[in-house]
Design a binder for this molecule. Sequence first.
Ligand code: DQA
Length: 143
Amino acid sequence: MKKILVMHGPNLNLLGVREPGIYGRNSLASINEEIVLKCNREGMDCVVYQSNSEGELISRLHDAMNQFDGVILNAGAYTHYSYAIRDAISAIRLPVVEVHMSNVAAREEFRHTSVIAPVCAGSIVGFGKNSYLLAVDAIKELI
Ligand code: DQA
């Protein structure tokens, strides 16, 4: 069975509490439940992971190389400036789908740049928790 890793970056542990007008009222735990259910329905195994630390996210990407067929990644604010996460994505040579819950293009200028987008297979942006569920459909076609 194909296996995917779903990664949430900094501050996403606070979903449900954090700026609900932007990110909604669902907790990360409830979103993770929906992601895992959808993966299983689609015949894939799924592990979810969250970290607030850039280094831990990078190490997890490295470990993913030998354990997973693909990655769904919401890198949070690291998206906009972490060349280290970008390099990790390039290094592992697994398909990575970039996800954002909010429509970053409609927000502050600094969110308009994604330094990871060029090394990801594609990006799904602006559909709230459904961004993750759409990413499951996308990754299924890539692995
Ligand atoms: C986010 C968008 C980022 O700009 C922000 O820093 C986040 C969440 C999103 O899912 O919309 O932490 O990645």
